[in-house]
Design a protein around this ligand. Structure first.
Ligand code: IPE
Ligand code: IPE
Ligand code: MG
Length: 241
């Protein structure tokens, strides 16, 4: 009899933190760390494809990251455009559908056009949904969803809010990873992470490799997800299925 396939989280979300420290440790400018971070992300997408993950959502630029020095902010905007030009053909070749999640209004016309073009050219792909949260904040998402409902005169319920969220096209994350050793959420997926399993890695994002991803998935497999029920109920449910 074939061994049962090991469970892989359907949706993995990652706060990619530690690029700046990675660069500073090497006496490099912080932007060098962000460049390495793009390479780590490219490897992570490939690893998720190989492991059969359905959705990968990453935090690339937060609503609060505008408060960084202006040269770092402009460097990140430039890096986004360059990375898209390089990576979109590869995403297409691998069946990856990219989405940008966040407030685009504050982004330059050039960046906005790059995002729209990347989404359009990968829209028919279905192997992996890849969400890049850029100028995103969990609070922004909840507020924009509430504003949408108010404008339509719709009642605010958990279901209607859920459907109006910028991440409504994917299920909630099963596993939420943060690299870089900080034990906080930093305004990421405040609504959707209600029942995500959390995993904090000491590795700085540019060093986060396949082994580190496998470790996070292995730890996830040991967790008992109860969603408010008792352990006995959960065990009973899985043994009768
Ligand atoms: C995460 O790495 C990337 C962004 C927030 C854009 P950081 O730039 O926050 O790296 P550290 O935390 O300073 O090391
Ligand atoms: C969170 O990292 C945002 C991203 C990874 C894009 P930060 O480095 O901005 O978080 P704080 O400031 O340490 O909480
Ligand atoms: Mg950081």
């Amino acid at each position: 009899m074939a061994a049962p396939a090991l469970m892989v989280p359907c949706h993995i979300a990652i706060v990619m933190d530690g690029n700046g420290r990675w660069a500073t440790k090497r006496f490099l400018p912080r932007i060098a760390g962000h460049k390495q971070g793009v390479d780590a992300l490219s490897r992570c997408v490939k690893a998720c494809l190989e492991r059969g993950v359905g959705v990968l959502t990453v935090f690339a630029f937060s609503s609060e990251n505008w408060n960084r020095p202006s040269d770092e902010v402009s460097g990140l905007m430039e890096l986004l455009v360059v990375a898209l030009a390089r990576e979109v053909p590869r995403l297409n070749a691998n069946g990856v559908q990219i989405h940008f999640v966040g407030d685009r209004q504050r982004l330059s016309p050039k960046v906005q056009a790059g995002l729209a073009q990347a989404e359009l050219s990968t829209a028919v792909n279905h192997r992996l949904v890849f969400n890049v949260c850029f100028n995103y904040g969990g609070r922004w998402d909840i507020a924009q969803a509430a504003q949408k409902l108010a404008a339509r005169g719709e009642a605010i319920t958990e279901l209607s809010l859920d459907r109006a969220m910028a991440l409504a096209h994917v299920p909630d994350p099963d596993l939420l990873i943060r690299t870089g050793g900080e034990l906080r959420i930093s305004n990421f997926m405040l609504w959707q992470a209600a029942y995500s399993e959390l995993h904090f890695s000491e590795k700085l994002w540019p060093e986060f490799d396949e082994a580190a991803l496998d470790e996070a998935i292995a730890v996830f497999r040991t967790r008992e997800r109860r969603f408010g029920q008792t352990s006995a109920q959960v065990v009973g449910r899985s043994s009768t299925q």
